[in-house]
Design a binder for this molecule. Structure first.
Ligand code: GMT
Length: 377
């Protein structure tokens, strides 16, 4: 296949989650490189780019009295087949296997051979680590993976887990996540003022969907251990309901330290204002949030789980503590809060690592090469 621009369908969840964010940013980068990108989902993805060569095809789900649970997989597969046929897609790249990889398989089965796009499935995390263990999903995920033209995972950890939990024997390519910061729309001082940070006060940042596996209990336990020796505000960019977090903060007497922002789109505003990231997940396949902070030169402290040690190197670009050890995590955070020189050195190394390993310039050509490789097959 020549180097002509490709027509790429992208399916992801449009809600605030790492896989959807990654898929949106991948679409933005591909369109900027001249490819045509077709998003297919029930809503426009949260960070879907606007601009030439980017299209959105909504999946409409009707409700029928007969069905207790509305079905998304079939209308999605029909829309995938329709977009593939009408736009001559070369590739359907699905993010998060359930149900997108199965819907892609069905879509291809509906099309004559010459209209079938190649299917690439990227596994992001809980599609394997949670649903892969569920007997009601596992076999369907394995089946869809076996019928994908290529499988990628966002970390080596995820690749190992996919083999272990789903017994996938096909080659799996690890293509790490990337992040390409946009210029922050607002100056750092304005942001810090708006967030209520006094002079000399530190800004800790956490961003996630606040789901159970982010372990908000451990997060608040760690933050509570810091108070009141350090002057800080704890800013949370919530991609899910902050009710539990606020209750946990009140229970621990640190409600006055917490600033919550929801559905933030200009994330760079907050990233550039932060002094330290803090994460307490019990598992992560990658942790895009740590990378986002690294890209702006901010180190994080986190538990040493899943793919996190592939992203940040403990002692070099951040600090990691054993899972559940909130005392060690708080001590790590305090050591950086009280040492601006070390914090800056880790932040600089973090930014360099983000650029050298996890930037669009490094990662996008890997996806492009994979698309062209499957198209040649
Ligand atoms: O659980 C989440 O945080 C959301 C989830 C998703 O699929 O949107 O995140 C997963 O994918 C992200 C992007 O690849 C990774 O950075 C997250 O680590 C991963 N989450 C888990 O594995 C728990």
């Amino acid at each position: 296949m020549s180097d002509r621009p490709l027509k790429i369908g992208i399916t992801c969840y449009p809600s605030v989650g790492g896989s959807g964010i990654l898929a949106s940013e991948l679409g933005e980068e591909l369109a900027a490189r001249g490819h045509e990108v077709h998003f297919i989902s029930y809503d426009p993805p949260f960070r879907m780019p606007a601009g030439p060569r980017v299209f959105f095809h909504p999946v409409v789900v009707n409700s029928y009295d007969l069905f207790k649970h509305p079905d998304y997989t079939l209308p999605l597969s029909v829309k995938m087949a329709e977009v593939s046929r009408d736009h001559g897609l070369d590739v359907l790249h699905v993010h998060y296997a359930v149900p997108h990889a199965t819907a892609a398989f069905l879509a291809c089965s509906m099309l004559p051979a010459h209209q079938r796009p190649k299917v690439i499935t990227t596994l992001h995390g809980t599609d394997t680590t949670l649903l892969g263990r569920d007997p009601g999903y596992g076999p369907a995920i394995t089946h869809a993976l076996e019928h994908s033209d290529a499988i990628t995972t966002v970390s080596e950890f995820m690749r190992r887990e996919t083999v272990r939990l789903l017994g996938v024997k096909r080659p799996i390519e690890v293509i790490h996540n990337f992040f390409e910061p946009h210029p922050a729309p607002r100056p750092r001082v304005d942001m810090r003022r708006e967030l209520g940070l006094a002079d000399g006060e530190m800004m800790l940042l956490h961003s996630s969907n606040l789901r159970a596996l982010k372990r908000i209990d451990l997060l608040m336990e760690t933050v509570a251990r810091l108070a009141p020796r350090h002057r800080f505000k704890f800013v949370v960019l919530a991609g899910g309901s902050p009710t539990l977090l606020i209750a946990e903060a009140a229970k621990r007497g640190i409600a006055d330290r917490i600033v919550v922002r929801e559905r933030v789109t200009d994330i760079e505003d907050y990233l550039q204002a932060a002094d330290l990231g803090i994460f307490t997940s019990e598992t992560e396949s990658f942790c895009l949030s740590i990378l986002e902070l690294m890209s702006l030169g901010c180190p994080s402290v986190a538990f040493d789980v899943g793919g996190i040690p592939e992203v940040t190197l403990s002692g070099e670009t951040g600090l990691l503590a054993p899972f559940g050890d909130t005392a060690a995590l708080a001590a790590a955070a305090e050591s950086l809060l009280s040492d601006p020189t070390r914090r800056a050195a880790l932040g600089q190394a973090a930014q360099k690592r983000a650029r050298e390993h996890f930037s669009a310039a490094v990662i996008i050509p890997r996806y492009e090469a994979l698309y062209r490789q499957v198209c040649r097959q």
